[in-house]
Ligand binder design. Structure first.
Ligand code: SUG
Length: 446
């Protein structure tokens, strides 16, 4: 059956800020306490969505979260009116307030893992929101993410929504940032690559030493079971612990795939030959390509600072593949030289397009972090909520919405401002009407 890959990009939320919350994510720690520009960030994200829509790709929007998260602050013992909760948290535990105010849900690659109906034994599309257990500020995303996904894919005949995996380090799950699907046409059965950082129940196995491994093998295996994937079409691969220790906190910082191509740094995986062979065997027919980048051409440090592999690898309507890369790739000599050379080679990758997503990059989120890929048949596309699919009109409406509601700048001190909370809620309330989501936010459900 004909199917499409739809990219659902996260709208950057009104509280976007740099709080240095992610140990192991080099950019997040480097840019801590910098002044953030939420309006610019959201407009940069929307410009990327519109450009992909204009290339003829299907593009959707994933709504941000309610922040600051008053519900969580109250659970943590801060009481009184909303303004009092913010004031007390700012005074007694400013880092907790910052964590409860992060706009981190913009990185929708981490929103969930999905499986298309062609791959699942029950012939339905499956979604498992990621528990993001390794980082407190992200672990509070999934209940709202789950409600938003249900409001987007709201037909139980076609769509199955699972709970996130149990919280805790053993089942740490980072969603599609550690998952890639390969296929011939999008509607054909695909091969699922689950990359994990460590084995939670076997401390004797290799694991990073300096930075945390966010995804466990046990979590990846649980998601594959929930999504009813075939064993013959599922490959589990361990991330190279040495690169996690150099800032590769998610596998999508060092590898990206699309259809029959894996574009990867040579150091991405432990036992890489085994991984490539397993993918080739699961894919079948000898048409699987690994485009491997040598460390001598692009050192891991350059891959991490430029986010070369956090590009989106997309199939254009012509059938050729394009790399959608962040501006930092042009500014990094080794990467620029590599990309200039790559597009002249005999691989399916024929062009590179550069986008400015600097506001997100400064928190460690590139083009691929900002999108969740969902493969849908024509019938499933018709069955989903059309309010979240980008059109020229929706783009204009969202651009205007950002310009009306967002602040130019936000610093840590602003997070305690009750006006920022009320501005955010007003904006999100309007957004749920624009996107036809119904009530999904705690303030709408109270
Ligand atoms: O989880 N940064 C995010 C970046 C996520 C990138 N996503 C993918 N690779 N798919 C994270 O580390 C930083 C927030 C701060 O420090 O203010 C942050 O959460």
């Amino acid at each position: 059956m004909k199917a499409f890959e739809v990219n659902f990009d996260g709208l950057v939320g009104p509280t976007h800020n740099y709080a240095g919350l992610s140990l192991g994510n080099v950019a997040s720690l480097k840019n801590v306490s910098q002044e953030a520009r939420p309006k610019e960030a959201a407009l940069q994200g929307l410009a990327k969505m519109k450009a992909l829509h204009d290339l003829g790709l299907k593009q959707g929007v994933l709504a941000p979260q309610e922040r600051p998260d008053l519900h969580t602050l109250r659970r943590l013992g801060f009481g009184g009116s909303d303004a009092e909760v913010l004031g007390k948290a700012a005074k007694q535990a400013p880092k907790v307030l910052a964590a409860c105010s992060s706009a981190s849900s913009m990185w929708t690659a981490n929103a969930c893992t999905m499986a298309p109906s062609a791959d699942s034994a029950d012939g339905r599309v499956h979604f498992t929101p990621a528990n993001l257990a390794n980082k407190f500020h992200r672990s509070i995303e999934w209940p709202t993410t789950g409600r938003i996904l249900q409001a987007m894919f709201n037909n139980p005949r076609h769509f199955v929504h699972h709970d996130a995996l149990p919280m805790g380090d053993h089942f740490g799950d980072e969603g599609a940032a550690n998952h890639t699907r390969f296929c011939r046409d999008y509607g054909d059965p695909g091969v699922h690559l689950f990359a994990y950082g460590k084995h939670a129940f076997d401390a004797g196995k290799p694991a990073p030493k300096k930075f945390p491994a966010r995804q466990t093998f046990e979590a990846s295996a649980a998601v594959a079971r929930l999504h009813q994937l075939s064993d013959a079409k599922t490959v589990f691969a361990q991330q190279n612990p040495a690169v996690i220790d150099q800032g590769v906190f998610h596998n999508d910082v060092i590898a990206v795939g699309n259809r029959n191509v894996l574009f990867t740094h040579e150091q991405a995986f432990l036992n890489r030959m085994q991984v490539y062979r397993a993918l080739d065997a699961a894919y079948g027919d000898g048409e699987f390509h690994v485009v491997e980048v040598a460390d001598s051409d692009v050192p891991v440090t350059d891959a991490v600072s430029s986010y070369l592999f956090n590009s989106q690898l997309v199939s254009l309507p012509s059938g050729d593949m394009a790399i959608i890369a962040p501006g930092e790739c042009e500014a990094t000599d080794s990467v620029k030289q590599y990309l200039d050379w790559l597009v002249e080679q005999e691989t399916p990758i024929k062009s590179v397009q550069i986008f400015d997503v600097k506001q997100s990059m400064q928190n460690g989120g590139g083009p691929a972090c900002l999108r969740q890929r969902v493969v849908l048949t024509e019938q499933e596309l018709t069955a989903m909520n059309p309010g979240v699919l980008l059109s020229d009109a929706l783009f204009e409406q969202l651009n205007g919405w950002v310009k009306r509601h967002y602040r130019e700048t936000v610093t840590e001190a602003d997070l305690a401002d009750p006006a920022l909370l009320s501005e955010s809620r007003t904006a999100l309330d309007e957004l749920t009407t624009i996107l036809k989501l119904g009530s999904v936010y705690p303030f709408q459900l109270d």
